[in-house]
Design a protein around this ligand. Sequence first.
Ligand SMILES: *[C@@H]1O[C@H](CO)[C@@H](O)[C@H](O)[C@H]1NC(C)=O
Ligand SMILES: *[C@@H]1O[C@H](CO)[C@@H](O)[C@H](O)[C@H]1NC(C)=O
Ligand SMILES: *[C@@H]1O[C@H](CO)[C@@H](O)[C@H](O)[C@H]1NC(C)=O
Ligand SMILES: *[C@@H]1O[C@H](CO)[C@@H](O)[C@H](O)[C@H]1NC(C)=O
Ligand SMILES: *[C@@H]1O[C@H](CO)[C@@H](O)[C@H](O)[C@H]1NC(C)=O
Ligand SMILES: *[C@@H]1O[C@H](CO)[C@@H](O)[C@H](O)[C@H]1NC(C)=O
Ligand SMILES: *[C@@H]1O[C@H](CO)[C@@H](O)[C@H](O)[C@H]1NC(C)=O
Length: 464
Amino acid sequence: MKMTMFIVISILLICSTLADEVYENSKNVCQKCKCGGEDEFILDCSDKGFKNILANWPAHDKTLVATFSHNNITTLEILPPSNHTVRLVFDHCNIKYLDPGFLKEVKNVEYIDLSYNLLTTEEIDGEDFKGPYNNSVYCPIALKTLNLAYNQIHSLPRKFFESMPSLEELNLEGNDFVTLDPNTQMALSTVSNLRVLNLARNELTELVGDAIKNLNNLVELNLSSNRLDFVPETLDYLGKHLKVLDLSDNYIFELRDESFLGVNSITELYLDNLPRLKTIYVDTFANLPNLRKLSLRDNINLMSIDREAFGINTTLQELYLTNNSLMELDHKLLKWSNLRVFELKDNLLECDCNLFNITRDLDNEITRRLDGPTCVDPRTDASRQVYSLTEDICEVKSTRASIQHAMRHFETIRVILITLTAMFTIATFLAVMIAFLRYRRGTAYRNYNFTTQVQYNPIQNQYI
Ligand SMILES: *[C@@H]1O[C@H](CO)[C@@H](O)[C@H](O)[C@H]1NC(C)=O
Ligand SMILES: *[C@@H]1O[C@H](CO)[C@@H](O)[C@H](O)[C@H]1NC(C)=O
Ligand SMILES: *[C@@H]1O[C@H](CO)[C@@H](O)[C@H](O)[C@H]1NC(C)=O
Ligand SMILES: *[C@@H]1O[C@H](CO)[C@@H](O)[C@H](O)[C@H]1NC(C)=O
Ligand SMILES: *[C@@H]1O[C@H](CO)[C@@H](O)[C@H](O)[C@H]1NC(C)=O
Ligand SMILES: *[C@@H]1O[C@H](CO)[C@@H](O)[C@H](O)[C@H]1NC(C)=O
Ligand SMILES: *[C@@H]1O[C@H](CO)[C@@H](O)[C@H](O)[C@H]1NC(C)=O
C-alpha cells in the first residue's frame, strides 16, 4: 500500500515536473501576469522569466491580446488553443526555434510579433507556420501581420507564406538580407495581398525585380538603411499602387528626372540622411503628381535643389528640408502657398529676396512661428529669422550667390581644362609613339644588312 502510494506520488511528481518543463503552469495565471481590457482580453506576461509558454489561455470570450515580451523562451512550442481572434507579442524572448505548426491551435491568429529574437533562415520554414490539418489539407491561418524584425534571417524559404494567404504586413527590418535570393523571390511572389513591406536596416544593394513584381497591392515600402547607390529602377513594378516609399540612409548620390519615372502613385517620399547627395536635379519630382509629403532631412552635403525639381502641377503639402547644407532656395521651386507644413531649419542659407518672397507666399500658420529657420545677412554677417525678413533684402546683391556662380563657372572651366589637358596628353603620347615607331623602322632598315639578299620577298618589295 505504502509502495503504491509512493509510486503514484513519484509518477505525479515526475509528470508535473515534465509538464512544467514543456509549458508554464497556467493556473492562476492572472495572478502572475496582468489580465484586463475591455473590448479585448489583454494578458500581459512581459518580463516574467518564462522559459515556456502557457499550457492554456485564461478563459476569454473576445479577442485575446497576449504579450510575452522579454522572457527567455528558446523554443516556441505549439500555442494553446483558442477559437477567438488572437494577437501575440513575443519580442525579446531569445526565441531560436519554432515548433512546426506552433500556430495551428490558434488559427484565428491575426498578428504576431517575433521581433528581436534569434531566428535564422535555417530555423524558419513553411511547416512552422502551417495551420490545422483537416481532410488531408492544412487550413490556412488568418495571419495579417507578421513581424520578424531584428532576427538573423538572410533568405525566406520558398513556401514560407503558404499558410498565410491573408498576410498584409511583413516586417523584415534589421535582418541579414544582402540580396533577395531566388527562394525569397519565390516566397514573395506568393503574398499578393501584401500591403506593407519593411526591409529597412538590411544590406541590400539592389531591389531585385522578381521579388516585388507580384506584390500588386503593396502600398508601403521601407528600404531605409540599406546600401542602395541608386533609386531602384525596379520600383516601376509597384508604380500603380505604391504610396509610401522610404529610401533614407542609403548611398544614393543622384536624384534626377529618371529616378522616380515609373512610380507616379507615390504620395509620401522619405529621402533623409543621404550623405552622398549633393544636388537635386531638374524634374526629379516632376513625375510624382500625387506627392503630398516630401522629407529631405539630414542630407549633410545637399547644397542645391534645382528650381525646376518639381513639376508645374505639383500638389505638395508637406516639405521638410531640415538640416541640409542648402545655401539658397529658389522662389520658383514651388507654389509655396499650397504648403501646410514647411521646415527649413539648420541650413546654410544666405538671406535673400527668394527667402523673402517665399515667406510672403507661405501660410501664416507657418511663418508666425518664432523659432523658424534662420539665414545669414550678407550685409552684416548676422543671423536672422527668415520669416521676419523685410523687403529691403531684395536690394542686396548676394555675395555668396555670386561666389557660387563663380564656383560653378570655375567648375566648368576646370572640366574644360581637364578635358583639354587629357586630349593634349593623348595627342602628345600618340605623336611620340608614331615618331618612335617611324624612327625604329628607319633604324631597322638602316641596320638591315641583308636587304639585298632578301629582295625576292614580295612583301618587303612593296616597301622598297
Ligand atoms: C535563457 O535560457 C537558456 C537555456 O534555456 C540559458 O542558457 C540562458 O542563460 C537564459 N538566459 C537568460 C537571460 O536567462
Ligand atoms: C473551438 O471550436 C471547436 C469547434 O467549433 C470546438 O470543438 C473546440 O472545443 C473549440 N475550442 C475552444 C478552445 O473553445
Ligand atoms: C474541414 O474541411 C471541411 C471541408 O473539407 C469543412 O467543411 C470543414 O468546415 C473544415 N473544418 C474546419 C474545422 O475547418
Ligand atoms: C522606415 O524604417 C525606419 C527604421 O525603422 C523608420 O525609422 C522609418 O520611420 C520607417 N519609415 C516609414 C515611412 O515608416
Ligand atoms: C544633421 O544631420 C547629420 C547627418 O545626418 C547628423 O549627424 C546631425 O546630428 C544632424 N543634426 C541635427 C541638429 O539634427
Ligand atoms: C498640368 O495640368 C494642366 C491642367 O490640368 C494640364 O493641361 C497639363 O498637361 C499638366 N502638366 C503636366 C506636366 O502634367
Ligand atoms: C520677388 O518678388 C518680387 C515681387 O513680386 C519680384 O519682382 C522679384 O523678382 C522676386 N524675386 C525673387 C528672387 O524671387
